[in-house]
Structure formats: structure tokens, C-alpha cells
Design a protein around this ligand. Structure first.
Ligand SMILES: [Fe+2]
Length: 242
């Protein structure tokens, strides 16, 4: 049976458009946050976090969510490992989540994966001092090799197929037209420019959410090339709308 598709439900905004708020209790207590996406039950899926210099957060025993983080600026220490901009971590659900520490302050994207609630995730912890060190692959979509693209898969959940990627798009990119995925796709632009359509342009600090089964990418294009962080809540696949 064909899935029911939606149209024009993508959300795209510069994070400067939304205010900081005090995140409150739990692992992120004492942090400022900007919610990028909350789930229908109100829980946080992805959030931009700002740590003040000297931040020392609480550790959580046997975390109920898998927690991912990508450092945008500053420095964090997680369980004794120092991560600077471009650093990335994953602590799977069921594992102990060390407290976030920052001597000089930091900003990072934090992503919570609740899909594995119940039995502990079988994922391994990941600590990458630079996500850019991951060996890139050239994506192949519909049998076409996308030369000039670099896809770095930073993590893939062995239980759900959810993943997080660093994707570099070449200058002059023109997409194949409107498409959809069976999973939610979230994007944060790190460098360059990339437009999902003719009305919007994504530049560093812009967030984009393409809902599952939502048609988007009516005119994907990049003038100067771009690097984006992209994360999905299940196994990603692309379907073009003819
Ligand atoms: Fe997409």
C-alpha cells in the first residue's frame, strides 16, 4: 500500500530566531537550550545547548535514551575525553551517561533517541575527536554515483537503523526534485549554503526538519557547496516524486 504523503510541512529556521531557555532538570540541568524539535509527547528530540564556562553537569546512571552530541564551538569533557568543535559522541541507552563538563564554555547539538526504550540499546558508545576523520563515502542514489559528495556516517543504531551523518555537498549542486523519506530527517547547517527550494536558503546555524513521508526538496541547490549535520530516527531511504 502506498504511504500517505504530506506536502510543505518542513520547518526551516535560523536558530537565532528562537530564544534561549533554561533547560531545567536532568542531564542538561544548568544549560541554556533552544529546542530544535520536540516529539508529540513533549519530550526533546534535538536541542541546541549552550554551556557556560565552568559548567559541570550531573551524571546519569543507566540513561533511558541514547544521547548523541556534536560540538559546534568551545570545548567539552565527557567521561575524561576532551572534544572540541567537530567532536561527536554517542552514549547508548542503558549505559551510564557521564556529566557534561566545560571549562571554557561550548555550544553543541544534542539528540535523544528514545526508540530503544525498554531493553538497553545494543549500540556501542562513540567518541570521535573529529567527525571529519571518519572515512567518507561517495553516495550512490538510484544507481547514480554522486561525485563531489562526501557522506561520513558518524553513527548507525544497530537496533533501528537510525543514523547521523556529516554530509558535504559540492558547489553547483542541483537536486533531482521533490522527494520523501520514511523517517524524520533533521539537518543543521555547519558551512556554506544549501537551499531546499527557491524560497529558503540554509546557511550556518539554520535548522531544517523534514517529517517522515513529507515531500520536500522541491528545488534542492547549492551555489558554493555546504557541509551539514543530518540525523534520522530510522533507516533512511529516498523516494523521488515523479
Ligand atoms: Fe531529504
Amino acid at each position: 500500500m502506498l504511504p500517505v504523503l504530506s506536502h510543505n510541512l518542513s520547518r526551516c529556521f535560523p536558530v537565532t530566531d528562537i530564544p534561549w531557555y533554561d533547560v531545567g532538570d536532568g542531564w542538561l540541568s544548568g544549560c541554556d537550550g533552544k529546542t530544535l524539535r520536540a516529539l508529540d509527547d513533549g519530550s526533546m528530540r534535538s536541542v541546541l545547548i549552550r554551556l557556560q564556562p565552568g559548567h559541570a553537569g550531573v551524571a546519569i546512571d543507566a540513561a533511558s535514551s541514547t544521547v548523541q552530541g556534536f560540538v559546534l564551538s568551545g570545548t567539552i569533557t565527557l567521561g575524561g575525553t576532551v572534544l572540541v568543535a567537530g567532536g561527536f559522541f554517542v552514549i547508548p541507552s542503558g549505559a551510564d551517561l557521564p556529566g557534561l563538563v566545560s571549562e571554557v564554555g561550548a555550544e553543541l547539538i544534542v539528540i535523544f533517541d528514545d526508540a530503544a526504550i525498554g531493553p538497553a540499546s545494543s549500540a556501542e558508545a562513540v567518541l570521535l575527536t573529529s567527525a571529519y576523520d571518519v572515512e567518507p563515502i561517495v553516495p550512490v542514489i538510484d544507481g547514480v554515483r554522486l561525485d563531489g559528495f562526501a557522506r561520513r556516517v558518524l553513527w548507525e543504531d544497530p537496533d533501528t537503523g537510525a543514523d547521523t551523518r556529516l554530509l558535504t555537498v559540492p558547489a553547483g549542486f542541483e537536486g533531482k526534485g521533490p522527494n520523501w523519506h520514511p523517517v524524520h530527517e533533521e539537518i543543521f547547517c555547519l558551512e556554506g549554503d544549501i537551499g531546499p527550494d527557491d524560497s529558503r536558503l540554509i546557511v550556518p546555524g539554520t535548522y531544517l526538519h523534514n517529517p517522515a513521508y513529507g515531500v520536500h526538496g522541491y528545488h534542492e541547490h547549492s551555489k558554493g557547496g555546504a557541509t551539514i549535520l543530518e540525523w534520522h530516527d530510522g533507516r533512511w531511504a529516498v523516494n523521488f516524486v515523479s
